[in-house]
Design a protein around this ligand. Sequence first.
Ligand SMILES: [Zn+2]
Length: 88
Amino acid sequence: MAAKSIRNREEYWRARTARKQHRCEDYVCEHRIEPGERYIELKLPPGGDMGYTSWSLMRICVTCGCRYHRHIVEQLGLVEPALNGATS
Ligand SMILES: [Zn+2]
């Protein structure tokens, strides 16, 4: 069964459905997340590598999620799990 959220000490991931348009905040992405599309909400706590002073929120489109955080996207149930060892 797919998890709807993943929380640990460093970060909090959640699958969401957009109610309005958002910009994907992956820094190399130029997609927009359109209303009704699924996206990933990532919350990062204060401190850490980026030195944030409070919790920060990122919205990431499923395409970027698959590219950089595939295991998370699978666990959130946004994509089918990749077949191990499958190549095209
Ligand atoms: Zn993106």
